[in-house]
Design a protein around this ligand. Structure first.
Ligand code: DOR
Length: 437
């Protein structure tokens, strides 16, 4: 592998400051970051003047649909979308077919990922009411995923009596989709016959989310168990966490829960339908504040593609979920450019903090010895999200038409250029992530 010297980008350093300098990459690792580096003869030189160099994004919650649901997305198309979006590593959820609830299913996914993924990959093991032995031993897994609500079949673990034994045994990270399934079922009956998708946010209301978050938190406190709360959606949960979050608990928020809200149903209908649902504009504001204050630790997209055909059915026969990996970084950087937050904060929430939370060694910072998973973004120009440019197989985005800056110009995975100005290098393959205990 030839060495790569990136010349003159604005480099985000671990302390949040920027250096206008050079960065040298050898054998997939960052070896030097300095104001000026002299190249050897064989070194490939890239002129990155005018671009900003950030650590590659680690998206810690995605649904990439393979195996079993490849008509929606697959590991190749999803990771083409990642490369275009500056996402160099992802953690993927177990609701594929077969469900990722056994060592064999986990190994099948790892095998498929090694063949097809353009970026680095890690997978959750999914909890069922019966697979505690698998949860204790599955390896390598980034954590245990519990769907407390909004799931069905074996992956639904909604009763406190089923959830508690999972918290009581073992010590690996538990990530929860926190929604109260009993309340969802009851409210579905109450609102039966209403086909306006906006009713989704009322059926799966704020109390649905709060009840489950409180239950997960109380079990985490009882057993001092490492807990991560996925896609926090409400202000009341954020305020509850502000008062009650122990040091060993983390929480994430999605760009759509920060930037879209119940007004979005009018504009994009069922494309705005997801679980947990979008909330009011006031909730957007409280979630933003919680993120800025560190109550919410990082950002995930919950990339959950469904076909336009599925989404064009009548509510409630439409599936919940929206894609996100190729828009998340420009969405957040555009917010930074409006002054809502800093670029260093965006990078902390999208790279450094997920690497720390999941104990992924040598990722999430631009530092000698760290893996060369990097993204060069253009913060000078604004371009709209265009359907025809999307790489995700589902072929739509809830953010179509949004004018964004911070689009990746070049994405690098393990020292290899995987995306450069509109062109993917589909020969690049990512690696399996490792997770320290
Ligand atoms: O809206 C959602 N869709 N939320 C989830 O957590 C699951 C996802 C899916 O897999 O479609």
């Amino acid at each position: 592998m030839t060495a790569l010297l990136i010349r003159h980008p604005r480099i985000l350093l671990p302390d949040g400051e920027f250096l206008l300098g050079d960065i040298l990459i050898e054998q997939g690792k960052i070896v030097q970051v300095s104001p000026e580096i002299t190249a050897e003869d064989s070194t490939l030189i890239m002129d990155a003047r005018g671009l900003t160099l950030l650590p590659g994004v680690i998206d810690p919650q995605v649904h990439f649909r393979e195996p079993g649901l490849e008509y929606k997305e697959d590991l190749f198309t999803a990771t083409c979308a990642c490369a275009k979006g500056g996402v160099t590593s992802f953690l993927e959820m177990p609701n594929t077919r077969p469900l990722t609830t056994t060592q064999a299913a986990l190994e099948q996914k790892l095998q498929l990922a090694a063949e097809k993924c353009l970026v680095n990959y890690g997978f959750f093991i999914g909890a069922t009411p019966e697979n505690l032995p698998d949860l204790l031993t599955a390896n390598p897994a980034c954590g245990i995923k519990i769907f407390m609500g909004s799931s069905h079949g074996a992956l639904l673990v909604s009763q406190a009596g089923e959830i508690e034994p999972i918290f009581a045994q073992g010590d690996r990270l538990i990530a929860v989709h926190a929604e109260d399934q009993a309340r969802i079922l009851q409210r579905r009956q109450e609102f039966k016959g209403i086909h306006d998708p906006a009713i989704h946010s009322q059926i799966q209301d704020e109390t649905v989310a709060l009840n489950a978050t409180k239950l997960a938190l109380s079990l985490s406190q009882k057993y001092q168990r490492r807990l991560h709360i996925l896609h926090l959606s409400t202000g009341i949960e954020a305020e509850f966490l502000r008062e009650n979050k122990p040091s060993w608990v983390t929480a994430e928020v999605t760009p759509q829960h920060l930037l879209l809200n119940t007004e979005s149903y009018e504009k994009i209908g069922t494309l705005a339908q997801m679980n947990p649902p979008l909330r009011s504009p006031e909730n957007n504001q409280i979630l933003w504040q919680a993120l800025l204050d560190g109550v919410i630790d990082f950002i995930a997209t919950d990339h959950a593609p469904h076909t336009l055909e599925e989404k064009s059915k009548e509510y409630p026969n439409t599936p919940s979920g929206m894609p996100g990996v190729e828009t998340s970084l420009p969405l957040m950087l555009t917010q930074a450019m409006t002054g809502k937050c800093s670029i260093a904060q965006v990078s902390h929430w999208m790279s450094t903090a997920p690497a720390e939370a999941y104990k992924i060694p040598n990722k999430g910072l631009i530092k000698p010895g760290y893996d060369a998973d990097l993204v060069l973004v253009d913060l000078d120009n604004y371009r709209p999200v265009l359907r025809e440019e999307l790489q995700t197989k589902c072929g739509w985005s809830p953010f179509e038409g949004w004018e964004l800056t911070g689009w990746p110009a070049i994405t690098i995975v393990g020292g290899n250029i995987v995306y450069e100005r509109g062109k993917l290098n589909t020969d690049v393959r990512g690696k399996a992530l490792s997770f320290e205990q």
